[in-house]
Ligand binder design. Structure first.
Ligand SMILES: Nc1ncnc2c1ncn2[C@@H]1O[C@H](COP(=O)(O)OP(=O)(O)OP(=O)(O)O)[C@@H](O)[C@H]1O
Length: 557
């Protein structure tokens, strides 16, 4: 069928999708923004009308406004009202731009924060399904593109209200012109819509795909800069990034050009229609010369607003498809995965038993079990060495005990105090990642208060006190990107100090001292034993000597 209401329902659906994305705290700002956007065309109408009145008065004629006759003597006041109206219009335009742009930024911030919060609360296995680079891309570029939907929405509302208000005025003033313009717009919308929609959807998908690749390659290149230099492969990777940037730029150009095509064509058609319509009005219309001049000026003002509004309506229709896809992508990201599950069962009643892994099994893939029916008791004061060949599942077991990976079968039973998170659990992974701030930032690690005495105590335990004490800025020394200013062993020890600072009752160390020389490792482990007292330490090591010297129990996989 040539005419169908379906697109309008689709449009309402899209608008609802966009509006549902607004966080509640921003609703008031949203209403203000819409109010200013709607006020603009109303003031435009008032201005166009007042121009007509002013021109009539200026030419010695009269005009009745709200029952008051304005004639030659009212020229001053007529001009003053015109200036006031213009000031009001420009003021509202400024407020409209300011509120819509502020809201768009606020929505970007809200999207970005929600995504970051979501990613950080994902269960470990869900979190590792996607690369960090792509998650960063979603929290920055996708969130920004999604927020831009609101700019499109405001443009759409502004264009619609302008068309309704000023279009009605045009129909009253110059019916032939208005009807010709409306007919042309409807015809053009229907003939070009599906073609442009297809083009734009392809462009949006391409844009997302190449943007992901770009972030991925960039992230990898910066992480691998040393390897790239030593293997002399910078040109290869630069070329790859350049190719991705080329594709991304092309997709970006397509995305911004496609919605403009209907606008350009429509403006051309409408300008011709206005010229023809005005000619017809002058030839056929029955106006006095005063009225004709005033009418022509009014129509010119109306047309100056209506033509861009029509064009804007066309481009926002097309842009809306792309924008909604970004919002849908953000929603998909926000709805993925479950919340991180606390699978600790706080049922252990034995006074000294902190944790009991009861016949736990786990496989990253159902057909390949990594751990099968493993049982382990962790009691107060235990020092447990987890041993086994590489790839056997030691880290997996440690992460399961630390609360990151729920067992496929079996249970992780804990003392009730641990179940309620009253006794802290600390974990140091194989690869320690450090904040780029100071030593203090890394030890405090997000805690407001800072216990300086405790910080020096844990630095002494990890044999870093002398080194940090001799730095010019001491605890406040910046350690660079991921602690680049420290040696590998020093980085590992900052990671351990960070864990000890929490005064944990259960400490999991995944080869956390592997970068230390043997004597430092033995000394640090001895200090950890002392600091941990009645707490339990579960550590993975490939060094027999470390295991023999410090373990009170062994868990062989
Ligand atoms: N996120 C993951 N997804 C799929 N498979 C994984 C994942 N993490 C580890 N694996 C697989 O599980 C097995 C056990 O890995 P794990 O890291 O637990 O071994 P490990 O004993 O600690 O090894 P290593 O001594 O080398 O550190 C390996 O074969 C590894 O390929």
């Amino acid at each position: 069928m040539f005419f169908s209401l379906k697109p309008y329902f689709n449009l309402l659906d899209k608008l609802a999708t966009i509006l549902k994305g607004v966080p509640e705290a921003l609703h008031a700002k949203l209403y203000w923004a819409i109010l200013f956007v709607v006020m603009m065309p109303l003031l435009d109408l008032a201005l166009a009308y007042w121009l007509f009145v002013m021109l009539m008065v200026l030419q010695g004629g009269t005009s009745a406004v709200l029952g008051v006759q304005l004639g030659e003597g009212s020229l001053g006041i007529t001009i003053a009202v015109f200036v006031l109206l213009t000031l009001a219009r420009q003021g509202v335009e400024y407020l409209s731009i300011k509120t819509t742009r502020t809201l768009t930024q606020d929505i970007f911030q809200a999207f970005s924060l929600r995504l970051i919060e979501k990613y950080l609360s994902l269960p470990w296995l869900d979190y590792t399904k996607e690369t960090k680079a792509i998650r960063i891309k979603h929290c920055t570029a996708t969130a920004l593109d999604g927020a831009y939907s609101f700019q499109v929405l405001f443009n759409l509302i502004g264009a619609l209200v302008t068309l309704i208000v000023l279009g009605t005025a045009t129909v009253v003033k110059v019916p032939v012109l208005a009807i010709t313009g409306a007919a042309l717009m409807v015809f053009f919308t229907y003939t070009s819509k599906s073609y442009l929609k297809r083009k734009l959807q392809t462009a949006v998908k391409g844009h997302d795909y190449h943007q992901k690749n770009f972030y991925q390659k960039l992230y990898e290149s910066f992480s691998l800069s040393r390897e790239m230099k030593i293997f002399q492969v910078n040109p290869y990777f630069l070329e790859e990034i350049n190719m991705e940037l080329n594709r991304l730029s092309k997709a970006k150009v397509d995305l911004s050009v496609f919605p403009q095509i209907p606008r350009i064509v429509l403006e051309l058609i409408l300008t011709l229609a206005i010229a023809l319509g005005l000619l017809a009005t002058v030839v056929v219309g029955n106006y006095t010369s005063d009225e004709l001049i005033a009418n022509l000026a009014t129509v010119a003002i109306l047309a100056r607003r209506i033509v861009p509004a029509m064009a804007m309506l066309m481009s926002t229709f097309t842009e809306l498809d792309g924008s909604v896809m970004n919002i849908a992508l953000i929603r998909k990201e926000l709805n993925q995965g479950a919340e991180r599950e606390n699978y600790y069962k706080p049922v252990l009643q034995h006074p000294e038993l902190l944790m009991h892994l009861k016949q736990v099994s786990f496989g990253y893939r159902p057909e390949e079990m990594i751990l099968e029916n493993v049982s382990l008791d962790i009691a107060q004061g235990d020092r447990i060495a987890v041993l086994g060949p590489t790839g056997r599942g030691k880290s997996t077991l440690l992460m399961m005990a630390a609360g990151f990976i729920p067992p496929t079968q079996g249970e992780v039973l804990v003392t009730p105090a641990l179940g309620k998170d009253q006794l802290p659990v600390a974990y140091v992974p194989q690869e320690v990642t450090l904040l780029s701030g100071s030593v203090r930032d890394n030890i405090r690690f997000g805690q407001e208060a800072f216990d300086e005495a405790l910080a020096w105590q844990v630095l002494a335990a990890t044999q870093l006190d002398k080194f940090v004490g001799e730095l010019t800025l001491g605890l406040d020394t910046p350690i660079g990107d991921n602690g680049v200013l420290f040696s590998g062993g020093q980085r590992q020890r900052i990671g351990i100090a960070r864990a000890l600072y929490r005064q944990p009752f259960l400490l999991f160390l995944d080869e956390a001292t592997s970068a230390l020389d043997e004597s430092t490792e033995l000394a640090v482990m001895a200090n950890i034993n002392q600091v941990m007292g009645q707490g339990a330490v579960i550590f993975i090591t490939h060094r027999q000597s470390t295991a023999e010297q410090h373990a009170t129990k062994f868990c062989r996989l």
